[in-house]
Design a protein around this ligand. Structure first.
Ligand code: AHR
Length: 492
């Protein structure tokens, strides 16, 4: 059967929040240190300590928002250790991630500077698990208060006269696990208490994000919404794709054919999770005021052989690119509830967009998907109906094609993923409500299901022009290669 898509370009369903294209950078492995921060005295070319090659590559993604400092690290982080002259900063142990020394050289000022360089909104995650209410409250005061106060004065002494603008603040992370092993009833009460002292100074309005559920813990969402919905702006959700399960995740590159199929199936599970958690949120928030904040997502495999198991360093294949494309299409579909998503993580950790090795850097296949899809940021989601074949392999079943469409300034963008690793897909697209005049396309694909970019061959998987389509009036006949991601740009 031929796959069919109908797009009604004049039926606007809502806006795709650009924050869906957000990132996450934790003090973990070589994510911050080496990946982003090399220090001003490094031989690696840098601007105020941030490496130039990574910075320039990240700028091209138009990153809307960046979450920091964790993750599990957030609930062990004491922000006061990371301000003031760097030579005086406390050296501590990063107990959660590899037991290495954390010298606190990358702290609040450095993070805010990075966000500024990237043009990204900062999203700071506070410490509930091992921090006090006072500590959290003072961090917000330090960053955002303009008047006379101990924290604002200290910020000025540390070289920042004016307060920063800070919108997104997370009150704890994974408090059901590394953030304190709490029950939802207990965390809900702590959330209510801690968030009270996350103050809005002057016109700085904070969007408060409560720590949400792990995967399918619907009870957590139910309790948090029941007890605290009136005090939150966002509720998080974490879900990682582990082809082999949490304890034996599977390999990033040398995986078997059936692992591809399992991975696709597990990627699509995100749709079910969002739907079910949303249904619970709808009960307490039918107007959908509260955003679902998927502030950790991605494919998480076993670490690369020979690397520190606590550093979570993994390679990235064309499979990861398909995973990213499918996730974005799902997030678009749930544009009314999903207001932010942050891939885990930005550089050198889990499903990264960039990998580094000393002074060398490569862009991963996932990077290219972020770059190709950025046209959807803050665009109008338009109605798309898809009739696709089902792939059935190795006991798994999933759609051959995933798709999404949006409109910005009269240009329509269609993103298409072929989830199958072997078969191309014939696809017919009908565009209604516009005259199709100019069509352009880009494709990311590879011959092998585990194709990667390496430091020796950095361009192995990179986007090229897509020409496998025929236009007849408002109709497109497309041949979508196996394991591919295509973004079409259609102008009237
Ligand atoms: O992203 C790695 C870890 O995964 C984060 O620190 C934690 O929040 C999650 O379990």
């Amino acid at each position: 059967m031929e796959n069919k898509i109908t797009i009604n370009t004049d039926i606007v369903e809502g806006k795709i929040n650009k924050n869906i294209y957000g990132h996450f950078a934790e003090h973990l492995g070589r994510g911050i240190y080496e990946g982003l921060w090399v220090g001003e005295d490094s031989s690696i070319p840098n601007t105020n300590g941030i490496r130039n090659d990574v910075l320039e590559a990240l700028k091209k993604l138009d990153i809307p928002v960046l979450r920091w400092p964790g993750g599990c690290f957030a609930d062990e982080y004491h922000w006061k250790d990371g301000v003031g002259p760097r030579s005086n900063r406390k050296r501590m142990v990063n107990t959660h991630w590899g037991g290495v020394v954390e010298n606190n050289h990358f702290g609040t000022h450095e993070f805010m500077m990075l966000c500024d360089m990237l043009g990204a909104e900062p999203y700071i995650n506070g410490n509930v698990g091992s921090g006090t209410v006072q500590e959290m409250s003072e961090w917000v005061e330090y960053m955002t208060f303009d008047g006379e106060s101990p924290m604002a004065n200290w910020r000025r002494e540390n070289g920042k006269k004016d307060p920063w603008k800070l919108k997104y603040f997370g009150v704890g992370n994974e408090n059901w696990g590394c953030g304190g092993n709490m029950r939802p009833e207990y965390y809900a009460d702590l959330y209510r208490r801690y968030q009270t002292y996350v103050r809005n100074y002057a016109d700085n309005q904070i969007y408060r994000i409560a720590g949400g559920a792990n995967v399918d813990d619907y009870h957590w969402t139910e309790v948090l919404m029941r007890e605290a919905h009136h005090l939150m702006d966002g509720l998080s959700l974490h879900y990682y794709v582990h082809p082999g399960g949490f304890w034996n995740k599977g390999q990033a590159v040398n995986f078997k054919e059936e692992e591809w199929d399992i991975t696709m199936q597990k990627t699509l599970y995100m749709d079910e999770l969002i739907t079910k958690h949303s249904t619970i949120m709808d009960k307490y928030d039918p107007e959908k005021r509260i955003g679902m904040i998927i502030d950790e997502w991605g494919a998480w495999y076993d670490v690369e052989p020979g690397t520190n198991p606590g550093f979570l360093y993994q390679q990235n294949t064309i499979r990861d690119a398909v995973i990213a494309g499918v996730h974005f299409n799902i997030f678009h579909q749930h544009h009314d509830r999903v207001q932010m998503a942050n891939i885990a993580q930005m550089v050198n950790v889990i499903q990264s967009v960039i990998l580094t090795e000393q002074d060398k850097m490569i862009l991963t296949p996932t990077y290219h998907v972020f770059e190709m899809y950025k046209v959807h940021q803050d665009a109008e989601k338009i109605a798309l109906n898809i009739d696709t074949n089902t792939i059935q392999k190795n006991g798994q079943s999933y759609p051959h094609i995933s798709a999404s469409a949006s409109k910005k300034d009269d240009t329509v963008h269609i993103s298409l993923c072929n989830l199958d690793k072997e078969q191309s897909a014939s696809l017919s697209v009908d565009l209604r409500g516009m005259e199709v005049n100019k069509v352009n396309g880009r494709i990311l694909t590879a011959n092998e299901m585990n194709a990667i970019n390496t430091f020796e061959n950095p361009e192995n998987v990179s986007p090229t022009e897509f020409t496998e389509y025929k236009q007849v009036g408002n109709h497109l006949n497309i041949e979508l290669p196996s394991k591919s991601i295509v973004v079409l740009s259609i102008k009237p």
